[in-house]
Ligand binder design. Structure first.
Ligand code: UD1
Length: 334
């Protein structure tokens, strides 16, 4: 099938592009390079030993997206293009609502015009807000606490409306927990522009010597060692989850919401200790105040993913840290 991967040079999109190509699909990437690098295109081609179509541009550019649908017979859209910084979304909500929500509308307009029925959406576990129960099931209430999360939830509601309006549509929203790690080739990984906000990219940059120490936000959470607990899922597992989602949609119509996580939580210190073990580097850290909006623990119920997608994660946090360290070393050596 021909799969349009929006945001396909970004962290998760690039891993999905590799996975889809490996499964025999033809991938067409559109990316505006706002938080990704052009070199990733070459690297995807190197990993897959395949020619991947890349179109530089924005999903909000109507004529560009129209031309893509016209020129390539698109069967599936996997929509990764979107902004994802929570702090930035609080400072600049317009950017988030405009890009994330209007971007999805723009894609859907063209899907409707060209009769494309299958859509895979990158959602986030942040739509749940503060967890009321663990593990978090898909039926858990949604109570987003920032504009980024609200934009994701709004899109989910829109997708549900779309599916109700046309019973031929096949739509899935995948709620990611904490995607981490890098491709086993060491060629692609998470390479945010500027200083990273998330734990794993920061940890790696301390290990490699780019930053002197890790700030650990909070040491008095109600967790195993006082630091925050999250469900860290290897990005390659996540990519595989998308492939399973497409296969599921080939057999099922309607709108579906599914968590992608491992079902297990790990604390900041557990991750740090594992990273030290794998890298052989001492990772200095200092405790800081809790970060606004952070919760004690968050991890997924993975029952629905197993049942519907016949998918489960296979990588451990040891595998995750190894792949991340392998990648960051090659990234900084070059
Ligand atoms: C964050 C986003 C979430 C997004 C996810 C994807 C926030 C509030 N949420 O989740 O929307 O889907 O990333 O990766 O930003 N930590 C430190 N020091 C750091 C960075 C993080 O101690 O420098 C701690 C945090 O307090 C938390 C854990 O590490 O306990 C994970 O943080 P992070 O990687 O930012 O992920 P989330 O906040 O869970």
């Amino acid at each position: 099938m021909n799969i349009l991967v929006t945001g396909g040079l970004g962290y998760i999109g690039s891993h999905a592009a590799v996975k889809f190509t490996g499964a025999g699909h033809k991938v067409i990437v559109v990316d505006n390079l706002s938080n990704s690098k052009i070199e990733v295109h070459k690297k995807i081609q190197l990993i897959t030993n395949n020619k991947i179509v890349f179109i530089k541009g924005d999903v909000l550019n109507k004529s560009l997206i129209n031309n893509i649908f016209k020129n390539y017979h698109i069967d599936v859209v996997a929509h990764f293009a979107g902004f994802k910084s929570i702090s930035e979304s609080i400072e600049n909500p317009i950017k988030y609502y405009l890009n994330n929500i209007s971007g999805t509308f723009s894609i859907f307009n063209q899907m409707k015009k060209f009769g494309v029925k299958i859509f895979v959406f990158s959602s986030s576990a942040t739509v749940y807000g503060y967890p009321k129960s663990l593990p978090i099931e898909e039926t858990h209430e949604t109570s987003p606490i920032n504009p980024y999360a609200r934009s994701k939830l709004f899109i989910e509601k829109f997708l549900k409306d779309m599916a109700l309006s046309n019973n031929e549509l096949r739509i899935i929203s995948l709620r990611y927990f904490n995607p981490v790690g890098a491709h086993l080739s060491g060629l692609i990984g998470e390479n945010p522009n500027g200083m990273p906000n998330n734990l794993m990219p920061f940890l790696s940059r301390v290990a490699i010597g780019k930053y002197p120490f890790l700030k650990i936000y909070g040491c008095d959470y109600k967790t195993v060692d006082g630091t925050g607990v999250r469900d860290y899922i290897h990005v390659d597992d996540l990519a595989e989850g998308h492939l399973s989602a497409i296969n599921f949609l080939l057999k099922n119509t309607g709108f579906h919401i599914i968590n992608l996580g491992t079902g297990k939580g790990h604390s900041v210190l557990e991750l740090l200790n594992e990273y030290e073990l794998v890298s052989g580097k001492k990772i200095p850290y200092k405790f800081y105040e809790r970060r606004d909006g952070d919760v004690d623990s968050s991890f997924a119920s993975v029952k629905l993913a197993r049942k519907k997608l016949k998918w489960k994660s296979i990588y451990s946090i040891n595998d995750i840290c190894k792949s991340e360290w392998n990648w960051i070393k090659s990234e900084y050596e070059n």
